[in-house]
Design a protein around this ligand. Structure first.
Ligand code: ZN
Ligand code: ZN
Length: 372
């Protein structure tokens, strides 16, 4: 079927709908609309996608993962955008967005949006409900990651710029409508890192893993995966050459330097508030599997910060040894705090899972002149 400019114009004006452009060939198993192969939208597929992400993430982050997936789907509209340009049909980003959703809606997919606001940098859309808000209604929260990502991808295809879409109201949460606000944003390291700290994104959203090239990047920074037993292996080899206590000290200092350097890197990326710097480092290390912070307490009288970690990489690697083993983690915590707050501290592990305690607990105090 040949589709021309007049077809799009008739569609945009509402003089025609998609029915004349549907080609269904059950024998060949092909179904196309406007010359593009398509398929129906089975509810079980949508549910399966959300539930697959939920098995590793909480519900909120699962919605964000769905959003990322559908951003790629939305980017596919670049083909339609090029076709319209070739036909000399120049639409604004918001008009293009509305056209794509109109096409999708008539096929039983996207929402029938109402455009509330449009400028170069902000587009606001509203709809009574989306299909995912109906399917995922039992989550009882803002669930429309499909539409969020889709909007971001379509706007990227139309403008070549990054857009960030928020869902401010959602039918699945009990609101009267689903409302989306898309803002054109710079896609900076800072923006992504802060989303991780605020809990709006998981680091997995920004891991670029190219296994066949042997590279992994986390928000554009190269990283490596390493086996946890590296900690037992390193510690044992140091112990053999210098004895147990000095080996602990060497590890403590090495990881303290690493923690400090890590914070320096965040500073170079434009983060400057001490609390955000330390929260960022704790969030990153925790999401990378080093430990999980259960609680942090401050004792004003003794000027001691106490951090309770539910599992540390060393206590997990060593298992039960009857002794404290988390010298690297202690150093890392000290380095992160020193780097973030510009002070000198000492971190001492006072309870350890490897010793038989329930958690690893670290007491962090200001360093006095006499202490080393
Ligand atoms: Zn919604
Ligand atoms: Zn420990």
């Amino acid at each position: 079927m040949k589709i021309g400019r007049e077809d799009f114009e008739a569609f945009l004006k509402g003089e025609k709908d998609i029915r004349p452009y549907i080609e269904l060939d059950p024998v060949a198993g092909s179904y196309s609309v406007f010359g593009v192969k398509t398929a129906s939208n089975p509810n079980y597929l949508v549910k399966a996608i959300y539930e697959m992400y939920e098995s590793n993430l909480d519900k909120k982050l699962a919605v964000q993962a769905v959003r990322k997936l559908f951003r790629s789907v939305g980017m596919g509209s670049v083909g339609l955008n090029n076709l319209l340009k070739k036909l000399d049909l120049n639409l604004s980003p918001a008009e293009f967005l509305m056209l794509v959703f109109k096409l999708q809606h008539q096929q039983g997919w996207g929402a029938p949006f109402e455009l509330i606001e449009q400028s170069d940098k902000r587009i606001r859309l509203r709809t009574k409900q989306t299909f995912e808000s109906q399917i995922m209604k039992d989550w009882n929260m803002a669930v429309c990651g499909i539409h969020q990502g889709w909007i971001e991808g379509i706007l990227f295809a139309a403008t070549g710029k990054n857009w960030f879409c928020l869902e401010t109201k959602c039918h699945a949460k009990g609101d009267d409508v689903c409302e989306f606000i898309a803002d054109q944003v710079e896609s900076s390291w800072r923006f992504k890192a802060q989303a991780i700290v605020k809990g709006d994104s998981a680091i997995t959203e920004y891991i670029e893993h190219k296994p066949l090239n042997g590279t992994i990047k986390l928000i554009d920074d190269p990283v490596v995966m390493m086996p946890r037993f590296i900690f037992t292996s390193m510690m044992n080899s140091l112990k053999k050459t210098m004895g147990e206590m000095p080996a602990g000290g060497v590890n403590y200092r090495a990881y303290m330097e690493m923690g400090k350097e890590n914070v320096e890197h965040y500073k170079k990326m434009g983060i400057d508030k001490p609390n955000i710097l330390s929260d960022m480092a704790f969030a990153f290390y925790s999401q990378m599997g080093w430990f999980s912070v259960l609680k942090t307490e401050w004792n004003e009288a003794t000027k001691t910060k106490t951090m309770t970690l539910t599992h540390t990489v060393e206590s997990e690697a060593f298992g039960n040894t009857g002794k404290n083993v988390c010298f690297c983690t202690a150093g890392l915590l000290a380095g992160i705090i020193e780097g973030s707050f510009g002070i000198k501290v000492q971190a001492k592990e006072i309870k350890c899972r490897s010793k038989g305690d329930e958690y690893c607990v670290f007491a962090i105090t200001n360093k006095t002149e006499n202490s080393q």
